[in-house]
Write a protein that binds this ligand. Structure first.
Ligand code: ATP
Ligand code: MG
Length: 273
């Protein structure tokens, strides 16, 4: 599907978001929109501000100015469990699984919306009744089956190869049956075959779900995205279809001189900044 800019009625959008950390401008009036039912890409060199955009959208980082809108309404004071209720789910750059919990337990936490608090005790103290617990367990197992990791349900993350951990993390994002999925480098550290399968999986979610994909692997981005936004040094420098973006001189210039960092920072970002 082709989307024409500016977009009318994006499902999720940032409007003139600016963020600075310690006096450094990280995002400079970033406005991006995600059309409902699309796979939208957010790309840019290392440190461009992609993860920070996710953190603003999900309420982890409060912008200095600008707003986030979802279904036309401004989002304010968002808490992670609100996000789950609103149908928004994200994966963390890296993996971000709790190391002391089994794969099944990690995925079950995705249903609670408390995953991102980072405090296992909080998450496990969710006041689930036995019936709720069974229901969530069934949903977790269905999500793990969809990702082909049901056989890993009783293993700890540390006992699984990295690509399997990534699938478990994706299952955790899916278990709440989200309307919107924000994926932060889902292909980081996985091989070509897994990447092709990931591409097919992402396409299978639309148009029922809407996906925002941050990814360094250009072949995956170009293959699965309907629309791509390009960030460089905290500013949007280009947007359009994969062909438009691929041939945009500003994009080519931004990537010139970028080392191939694709797989050397997978374990750097286990937590949200
Ligand atoms: N909490 C923070 N405090 C200070 N600086 C930060 C913080 N979080 C991010 N930054 C800086 O903001 C800039 C953008 O970071 P961000 O993680 O959003 O980039 P990115 O595009 O996701 O990069 P990558 O491709 O490496 O994941 C970087 O220079 C980073 O060092
Ligand atoms: Mg990042």
């Amino acid at each position: 599907m082709r989307y024409h800019l500016p977009l009318t009625h994006p499902l999720l959008q940032t409007v003139d978001i600016s963020v600075s950390f310690g006096g450094l401008q990280i995002l400079d009036e970033v406005s991006i929109g995600i059309p409902e039912g699309s796979v939208t890409g957010l790309i840019g060199p290392n440190g461009a501000g992609k993860t920070t955009v996710f953190n603003v959208m999900t309420g982890f980082v409060k912008p200095d100015s600008g707003k986030v809108k979802y279904e036309g309404n401004r989002l304010r004071h968002v808490k992670t469990h609100h996000l789950t209720k609103m149908g928004i789910s994200r994966t963390l750059q890296g993996v971000g699984l709790f190391p002391s919990l089994t794969a099944r337990e990690n995925v079950m936490l995705g249903a609670s919306g408390h995953v991102r608090s980072g405090i296992v005790a909080d998450a496990l103290a969710m006041p689930w009744t036995d019936a709720e617990q069974r229901h969530i367990r069934d949903k977790a197992e269905a999500a793990m089956a969809e990702l082909g990791v049901l056989s890993e349900a009783d293993r700890l993350p540390g006992e699984m190869p990295y690509p399997v951990q990534k699938r478990v993390a994706l299952a955790r994002a899916l278990v709440s049956d989200p309307k919107v999925l924000l994926l932060d480098e889902p292909a980081g550290g996985i091989g070509a075959a897994d990447m092709r399968e990931l591409g097919r999986l992402i396409r299978s979610w639309v148009p029922e779900r809407t996906v925002l994909l941050v990814e360094h692997h250009m072949e995956l981005v170009m293959e699965v995205c309907d629309l791509i936004w390009v960030l460089d040094a905290g500013k949007v420098i280009a947007a359009g279809s994969p062909e438009e973006v691929r041939n945009d001189p500003a994009v080519l210039a931004a990537y010139l001189g970028e080392d191939d960092h694709e797989d050397d920072h997978e374990d750097d970002h286990e937590t949200v900044h």
